[in-house]
Design a protein around this ligand. Structure first.
Ligand SMILES: Nc1ncnc2c1ncn2[C@@H]1O[C@H](COP(=O)(O)OP(=O)(O)OP(=O)(O)O)[C@@H](O)[C@H]1O
Ligand SMILES: [Mg+2]
Length: 452
């Protein structure tokens, strides 16, 4: 028997917000998590990408917040910690959407890279929900701006990733400042290693919820394409991006510099592409993601900063231009497509000497990646295990080899006479400052995205 949201003892205000959001019934992780959380259990939950974990922790939390507190103070009643700034912002956005019929609800995102002023003002009045990355939250805590005495619910989203990013000490400090009798809801892709130990420490008799992958919950088709070298890889990429089935795509690369270089190269070829990585000023990061959400860019070239949690339902394709360093990141990267029951295509490039990396991913997945070739673009080199890799892979520079991506950025900042519209790129000028470039639209018309 299928469960409906109205079976879950949620307040009318939440039910009507869910209806407005177009949610017809709870996803499996929501159906299990919501009653357990409403029953005040601590939880350790995991479920596949795009399966609605955010609402699984926000709905019972908002339901709790509806019962107004009598506790004095102005500290948050619920706190969500996330590994990235973008994810924190997205979670707060979801909270506002689900809480849209709770006009008294006050939420704030506390993340780095943005000014303190607005955050400090928000904390100056009683706040219901704080969504934060650990670093900025700690900054506020050190200044004595946060009082956790009213805190009822603590949530860690992508807990394993936060530990990978080295946030363990911050998390322990934050948790130590919260009341013992809080409810703790942990969401993580794995409970192996450190994150399992942390979970034991943070929770009290937790209920484990592990939702196995559901075939009906969105289907991500996968392809593995071997390439001879970078030139071959770029030819294949170009071929794929000209596929008219692409609505929006995320391309993952191994380095920040490569996101910029590749986004530039794609832009020069006429694709509506931009890059996202952790060294970009936060304003640009926000703008780029907003442009992606609004469909103003079709191709996002990103590092793993975009691998976790980011929800842009119109992403139809994920391309692993470089294979992820850690096998589990493969799952998160490809999970940027095929969200909420949609289908998607994930294509991974491997150079012929990257056989071991592929094998590692396959071992992690416990299945083979479906290998494919494109007619007329088959690899010609023999596959081999990586030898000692004389100096590793070399990146060619399609802009003529004059100093790599920095030269490229400098050239663009200096005005290359490029009249493409719709491309809001950012770059680092020779002075090392970040600046916007390439946004001029001399024709008053956006050059069409060929990826469309
Ligand atoms: N019950 C529902 N019915 C329809 N759509 C839903 C439902 N719950 C969530 N969604 C939508 O599903 C998408 C994915 O949700 P969400 O980002 O919470 O997934 P997730 O499990 O956290 O994924 P990830 O592991 O990538 O972080 C969102 O666009 C969300 O609006
Ligand atoms: Mg999520």
């Amino acid at each position: 028997m299928s469960v409906s949201f109205s079976d879950l003892n949620l307040d009318k205000s939440l039910l009507s917000a869910l209806e407005a959001a177009g949610y017809q019934s709870p996803t499996p992780v929501q159906a299990e998590t919501i009653p357990a959380a409403l029953d005040n259990h601590d939880l350790m939950a995991s479920a596949q990408t795009g399966s609605g974990k955010t609402a699984a922790f926000l709905l019972p939390t908002l339901q709790k917040l509806i019962q107004r507190t009598t506790k004095p103070g102005k500290g948050p009643r619920a706190l969500v910690l996330t590994p990235t700034r973008e994810l924190a912002q997205q979670v707060e956005k979801n909270a506002r959407e689900y809480g849209k019929n709770m006009p008294w609800l006050r939420t704030v995102t506390l993340v780095g890279g943005t000014s303190f002023g607005q955050q400090i003002r928000a904390l100056g009045r009683p706040i219901d929900l704080v969504v934060a990355t650990p670093g900025r939250l700690m900054d506020h805590m050190r200044q004595g701006r946060i009082d956790f005495s009213r805190l009822e619910v603590l949530i860690l989203d992508e807990a394993d990733r936060m530990l990978d990013m080295g946030f363990i000490e911050d998390i322990e400090t934050i948790v130590a400042a919260t009341p013992q009798d809080r409810q703790t809801l942990l969401f993580s892709a794995t409970w192996d290693g450190l994150v399992g130990k942390l979970a034991q420490k943070l929770t009290n008799n937790p209920q484990r919820i592990d939702i196995a992958r559901q075939e009906t919950q969105g289907k991500i088709d996968e392809q593995l394409l071997y390439c001879d070298d970078l030139r071959h890889k770029n030819r294949i990429l170009d071929h794929i991006l000209r596929d008219s089935d692409i609505d929006q795509a995320v391309i993952f690369t191994a380095t920040k510099a490569m996101t910029e270089q590749l986004a530039d190269e794609l832009y020069e070829k006429g694709f509506s592409a931009n890059c996202l990585h952790g060294d970009m000023p936060q304003g640009w990061r926000n703008r780029t993601l907003m442009d992606l959400r609004k469909g103003r860019i079709k191709i996002l070239v990103a590092t793993d900063v975009a691998a976790r949690g980011i929800d842009v339902p119109s992403i139809t394709h994920v391309i692993n231009y470089d294979l992820p360093k850690q096998a589990e990141d493969y799952v998160h990267r490809i999970g940027r497509t095929g969200r909420a029951g949609r289908s998607g295509l994930a294509i991974s490039f491997a150079e012929v000497n990257e056989y071991i990396k592929v094998h590692k991913i396959e071992r992690y997945l416990n299945r083979k990646l479906p290998e494919q070739t494109i007619e007329g673009m088959e690899p010609t080199r023999k596959r081999s295990k990586p030898a000692n890799n004389k100096g590793g892979r070399r990146r060619s520079n399609s802009s003529g080899g004059k100093g790599g991506w920095q030269a490229e950025q400098g050239r663009r900042n200096g005005g290359s006479g490029n009249s493409n519209g719709g491309h809001k790129s950012y770059g680092r000028g020779r002075d090392g400052n970040y600046s916007r470039s390439g946004s001029g639209n001399r024709n008053g018309q956006a050059r069409s995205a060929q990826a469309k």
